[in-house]
Design a protein around this ligand. Sequence first.
Ligand code: PEP
Length: 237
Amino acid sequence: MKIIASNFKTNHTRKSASQFIKQVDEFIDKSNIKNDVLIFPSSTSLDCFDIAQNIFIGTQNAYPVSDGSYTGEIGTIHLDEFGIKTILIGHSERRHIIKEPNELIIKKYDFFKARDYKIVYCIGEPLEVKNSGTEAIIEYLFSQLEGIDLSYENLIIAYEPVWAIGTGVVATIDDINEIHSILKQKISAPILYGGSVKVDNIESILKLECVDGVLVGSGSWNVEDFIEMIKIGAKEK
Ligand code: PEP
């Protein structure tokens, strides 16, 4: 059963996010879809949603505290208010654009793991590492996993090559197959692929046995497209 996840990034308002979630829920209910569907709206769109048990609303970010003086951040009291128990950690836009340091990423991982959150932990190599070959890619990816408890039962890994995120460049099926197969030898957690996934390329990616699902940004922001992706995901084992 493939996992289909949508990352809204800095898109959708509170109103449009709630309409999106409602439409996805109605579809899942009507179609009796059992696959896990994860949606990461902006923090301002988090709310208590009356949705199917296999839809998980997650936060794109939070600071590893309950509350305190961390201007601009949210803590677990804000997530608890809406029953949010799913979080995205280590996304490349936070690592590379916001310059979130690895020590903080690891701190977040430990903090939210200790509180039983479902964690989607992102890893991915930049273009210069990709150009150095498979061995360099794997070494880089495992360096991003250092300090992370890979045996955590609520862990989902998202392999998202940095050069494929938001660029329209999707890794080839052979690239995805190769990297996922190697990761799978050492990681028992589900591994999602992310990077310019769209309705017209998702099927071939999900057909790979070593791919347990996808994490989708821009290709998922139109609700009809996201529903189509869920439909395709539901057909794969
Ligand atoms: C993402 O945000 O995790 C992502 C993969 O983005 P996009 O699908 O837009 O490349």
